[in-house]
Write a protein that binds this ligand. Structure first.
Ligand SMILES: C[S@@+](CC[C@H](N)C(=O)[O-])C[C@H]1O[C@@H](n2cnc3c(N)ncnc32)[C@H](O)[C@@H]1O
Length: 257
């Protein structure tokens, strides 16, 4: 699939087109917890994998880190970000998080949200290995990703959730259980420092207001109701999330090199 133009067939870009800025499963609050747990200071060189619409980038930049690098695969999204983030100490690179081109042992923190979930397992590992390679010893890697529950979910249910999610959001979403996410990080050498869980309420009205604020929510609703094709696709997404509500969740994990 081309990563040049934003493909609004994909659930996250469709929502972005409707005005949504928070595109991660645990919402703004889980992002804020993750950022708090990463303890970002003005001494940090921090890399964000997949900044997307730049929402978390702004939260990070508010902490005035020494250096910020955003690694965004999609060319159009990267170009949009570059319009606001482009100084010697704040850069956006249009490349894959699996191959950032950054120097090894050069970073103190890495953060990535809602981007590992959309990779096959081998690619997830490549991206985690890249985070490990660029981090200094004791550096922190924070992720915020789509989760599956309960821990002992059957293989059949897992497959059903993954297949139906993929159909609804037009992205090969492959969420994992808490233990599976932890094992994936540990396999590449990370130690787990903290784990937070939050419901996967991305398209519930209460969460949209929490994430986007009242006026932006009104704007998003207006956009959805005046774009019938988008509305139909978003309703399919919402119904799929509802159908698998008992199996879907989100995790924010901080791991240490
Ligand atoms: C669901 S959006 C999440 C965006 C943002 N992190 C957020 O939480 O709002 C997924 C993003 O991951 C980016 N992406 C997917 N694979 C990537 C990769 N291998 N390297 C860098 N970015 C990637 C996509 O272009 C898109 O911006």
């Amino acid at each position: 699939m081309s990563t040049k133009k934003i493909n609004s067939e994909q659930g996250h870009w469709l929502l972005a087109k409707m005005g949504k800025r928070v595109l991660r499963p645990g919402g703004r609050k889980l992002t804020e917890t993750l950022i708090q747990n990463l303890e970002i200071t003005s001494k940090d060189s921090i890399v964000e994998f997949a900044p997307g619409m730049g929402y978390t980038a702004q939260l990070i930049l508010n902490k005035r880190p020494l250096q910020y690098s955003g690694i965004e695969l999609n060319e159009e999204a990267a170009q949009r970000l570059q319009q606001h983030i482009n100084t010697p100490s704040q850069k956006i690179f249009n490349t894959s998080a699996a191959q950032t081109g950054l120097e090894q042992l050069s970073q103190t923190k890495v953060i990535g949200e809602a981007m590992l979930s959309m990779q096959v397992d081998a690619r997830k590992s490549e991206i985690i290995q890249e985070a490990y390679r660029i981090l200094k010893p004791e550096g922190l890697y924070g992720i915020h990703e789509l989760g599956l529950k309960p821990e002992n979910i059957s293989e059949n249910s897992k497959r059903e959730v993954q297949q139906n999610l993929a159909k609804a959001i037009h992205v090969n979403a492959r969420p994992l259980t808490k233990e599976e996410w932890c094992q994936l990080l540990q396999k590449e050498g990370f130690k787990i420092k903290s784990i937070q869980e939050s419901p996967m309420d991305l398209l519930k009205l209460k969460r949209i207001i929490e994430d986007e604020g009242f006026w932006r929510t009104l704007k998003i609703m207006f956009n959805i109701f005046t774009h019938p094709k988008a509305k139909e696709k978003i309703l399919i997404m919402k119904n799929t999330f509802k159908k698998y509500e008992s199996h879907l969740t989100s995790f924010a994990i901080v791991a240490e090199k």
